[in-house]
Design a protein around this ligand. Sequence first.
Ligand code: ATP
Length: 140
Amino acid sequence: KEKTLAMMKPDGLYGNYDDQIKKMVLDSGFSILREKRIQLDEHTARIFYAEHSSKSFFPSLVKYMTSGPVLVMVLEKENAVADWRNLIGPTDAEKAKVTHPHSIRALCGVSAERNCVHGSDSIQSALREISFFFVKSLAS
Ligand code: ATP
């Protein structure tokens, strides 16, 4: 079965949305293979989001992502990558509240930056991100 990397960002954990989000994860048919709560340091956050390093919002994104602990999870199901992206909804949480009111970002996000969860955007990204946070054997 396919695997993806999911993350509850600092605002997701601060808001105590973790139990509610986990319930949505399990109700949608995902298995949680691994999970760990970590505090990202600036270096790690910069590497994780390296593809956005030239964007104007990058410094603010790094500050946000290091503002508190995150919960990273390896999720598994058929079509996990696309299904998790569908469940979290669009990047801009403010828009998600209007266009995707049942999405996770509509539930706990507040803006284009503070969108409370992450999901790998392709199978290739999922492999990179899973091995970024967890031992390699789970990525294949
Ligand atoms: P993620 O990679 O976190 O799952 P995504 O794939 O929906 O999110 P990306 O375009 O990869 O969105 O952006 C990565 C993150 O950068 C977003 O989740 C958000 O926190 C932040 N971000 C994206 N666009 C903006 C923006 N216009 N202004 C502020 N922050 C932004």
